[in-house]
Design a protein around this ligand. Sequence first.
Ligand SMILES: Cc1cc2nc3c(=O)[nH]c(=O)nc-3n(C[C@H](O)[C@H](O)[C@H](O)COP(=O)(O)OP(=O)(O)OC[C@H]3O[C@@H](n4cnc5c(N)ncnc54)[C@H](O)[C@@H]3O)c2cc1C
Length: 193
Amino acid sequence: MNLLLEECRLADVKIQNRSTIKKIEKESSFTVTTDSETYATESLVIATGGLSMPTIGASGFGYEVAEQFGLKVLSRQPGLVPLTFSRDDLDDFSDLSGISADAEVSCNGQSFREAILFTHRGLSGPAILQISNYWQPGNEIVINLLPDIDLTETIKQWQEERPKMELKNLIGELLTRRRCSSVVGTVVPQQAC
Ligand SMILES: Cc1cc2nc3c(=O)[nH]c(=O)nc-3n(C[C@H](O)[C@H](O)[C@H](O)COP(=O)(O)OP(=O)(O)OC[C@H]3O[C@@H](n4cnc5c(N)ncnc54)[C@H](O)[C@@H]3O)c2cc1C
């Protein structure tokens, strides 16, 4: 940060904080209107960020300006983000908050084999962040917590070897045998990238 500020000082850059750009117009040069001043300039670089987190100032202003000047703007949707559970799912899964597991996560023909993490709001971890790029509202996401095992075959084998054992105990044995680890003190930003 200091390096950037020093470079700006050497180039005689004027930094104007707490100033919102309201309007950009172009005739022979650009006219930039903020909430307090108007600037005229030959060239203009717009770096107003994306839509990800409005609370830290991100806005759709850059897209609006692009459209204003006739540039084609593709539709936007969140990407590389955690998923939040519905109220009912949250009740079912809240006890798992802090648990991570290796899993295969699939949606719309795309799969990722990496860690998932149960959080106090939903699901995160590398596999979830990646699959969020392929998810559209209403789509199903399949999470295979036993990706290395043919579960049907394994159950059949168990039935032969240990016919009296309950299914929940058999599956519990398999899941705990894998390295599900409890993650203590992990912070998961809901808009992480
Ligand atoms: C929670 C979170 C975690 C992240 N973690 C990482 C990470 O670990 N690593 C990584 O590489 N990236 C990370 N990112 C992404 C990274 O922050 C962004 O890619 C990067 O900040 C984009 O830079 P930018 O300059 O394009 O926009 P921004 O940093 O968003 O800056 C845009 C600026 O424009 C201002 N602005 C908007 N509209 C107007 C207007 N009309 N008038 C005047 N000013 C305006 C905004 O106030 C803001 O100051 C993270 C993002 C989030 C939200």
